[in-house]
Each structure stands twice: as structure tokens, then as C-alpha cells.
Design a binder for this molecule. Sequence first.
Ligand code: B4P
Length: 306
Amino acid sequence: MLTEFEKRIAENYDRALRLGALFFIENTLLILPTDSVNYEVRYAPSLFKKPKAALLPEEDEPRIDPFAPWEPDLFVQEYGDYVVLLNKYCVVPHHLLIITKEFRLQTEPLYPKDLAAIWYCMSHLSTPSLAFYNCGEMSGASQLHKHVQVIPLGINSPPIETCIDAIIEKHPGSIFDLSQWPFVHCGMFLDQEKMVPPSNPDSSEPCYDLVGEYLAEVFHRLLDETISLLRELADGSISFKGLSYNFLMTKKWALMVPRRNENYHHISINSLGFAGMILVKREEDLEMVRNVGVLNILKEVAYPKT
Ligand code: B4P
């Protein structure tokens, strides 16, 4: 059964589509199977015409913030200091953005309130979903106004979940590493007991603040671990100021991958790449993904372990 939140998303999505305020980007889904993951590659040729904005444009270039003001036709609801919007250019229907009402930078880490808002949205979706944060210049982000994205996955899990499910010791709170991935990353299983928001005597909605604080602990442990892994690797040659990374979270686990390149040739990779979901806009790029292989592409945009 759909939640009230999902009904509102569906109604507003249909209306925005009808009004021409939102574009569903036609795409073809291809599955590239490997031993451990069935990678998903979406080929969306019409996106080639949409220029990819730089996160940090040149000083003399005008900076346009699409979230200030946000478009009313894309509105889903408010949550505290955040607004939940429909993604204007979606490849998957009902793709959501959680934006800060006040301008904040996409180069900031996530804080308890950000994570409470993410968990509010995810816990009101009855089907699996994936939240992600493209942080920093090399992360695949193109908008500087702080935003997290939540993508509903229908009945599916993200492709990478087959590797995560295969981990035998699933202790919440301990860091895990995927043996299949030859690049720096770290993950953590979430403590399901700490994900239940306590009821709030002042409101019919439970209180998400404590979950936000717990998730911020997870986020910062992953960020600390990421930095120490890079320190071990790099003998001082990596600058941690302005470090770019991708953060992904489902209801069961969270994952962080630091980034050294935004793209592989013309193929821009954002957090979804590390969920096993690649987007290409040109036929030659599709061919390149087939020839080079998704794992090799991910290795090029992340930091190889050796
Ligand atoms: P960012 O964090 O800045 O970057 P992004 O998701 O990589 O999207 P980008 O804009 O660079 O687009 P791309 O062609 O690579 O996110 C900004 C978000 O704001 C985007 O979702 C954008 O669509 C949205 N937006 C821009 N203007 C807006 C407005 N006025 N109101 C509301 N939202 C607005 O990719 C195109 C889309 O495909 C992106 O949504 C991307 O997240 C998604 N995508 C990428 N890989 C995918 C995959 N494998 N499967 C499904 N979707 C995928």
C-alpha cells in the first residue's frame, strides 16, 4: 500500500510532467553481468544536449541556482529546514531531491539535520530506495546549493547489493570493505534499532532528530576512515581540503567512496556509479563501457588501493 508521501509524489509527478515542468528522460536499460554484479547501464541520448554544469564555474561565469527559488511545480513537501522536490530531469520516475531552504554549500559534509531529513523521506517510502550525496568538485555534482538525492528503486535493490549481501559478518557499526573493489572505499551496516524514530509527544510524527544524530556518527566514521585510508596510501600527496566523495545509503547500509576524477573520458560518474548504475549519453560511450568494463571505469575515477 502506498504511503501518503508516495501518493503525493505520484500525483505531483504526473501533474509536473503534464505541465512540462519536469522531464522524464527516455532511456534504454542494459544489464552488463559480471561474476559478482549485474551492472545497470542507462543510455539516454537526449541528455547529451543538456550541458553538464561545472560545480565551481569560472569567476566571470554567471552562477544560476535552480533551487533558489525552487520551482513550485516540483514541490513535494517541506521538512524543517529542507524542501523535498521532484528532480526536474529524471531518468527514473519519482526521483527526489532534498534541498536546504537557506543556501548551503554542496562541499559541506552531511550533518545530523541533513540526515534526519533523508531518513524522514526514506522511511516514508514503502519500497527500497537509495539516498546519495555527491560532495565536491570531482563527485559528479553540478549544483553548488546543498542537495541530497533519493531515488526509488521499485522492487529492486541497487546492483552492488549482491556484493554487500555476500559479506558474512554483518555487524552494525563495524567498517566493511568489498573484496571485489580495487579502489579506496568503506561501508557500514546500519544498526536497525537506532533507525526507529522515537514517538514525539508534541506531534503525530515521530522525532527523526535522534536517527539523524546516529546517522551523522555513521557518516563521520566513514569520512574519518576514508581519510585515514587515503593517508596510508598517499604519503601526503592528497589534499584533504575540498576532498570529493560519494556517499550512498539504503535502509541497511551506508558507503563512502573518495573521488579523484569527475569522469572517465566523457562519462560522468556520480554516486550512482558506485551503486552499480552508470548513465551514458552517447553511443560511443556505451561501447566504451562495454569494452573497458564498469569496474575499470570506477577504478579510474576513484583512488586505486595500490
Ligand atoms: P547533482 O548532484 O549536482 O548532479 P547529478 O545528479 O549527477 O546530475 P546532473 O545535473 O549533473 O545531470 P546528469 O546529466 O549527469 O544533482 C543536481 C540535481 O538537480 C540533478 O538531479 C538535476 O537533474 C536536478 N535539477 C537541476 N535543475 C533542477 C531544477 N530546476 N529543479 C529540480 N531539480 C533540478 O544526469 C541527469 C540525471 O540522471 C540526474 O538527475 C542524475 O542524478 C540522474 N542519473 C545519473 N546516473 C543515473 C543512473 N545510473 N540511473 C538513474 N539516474 C541517473
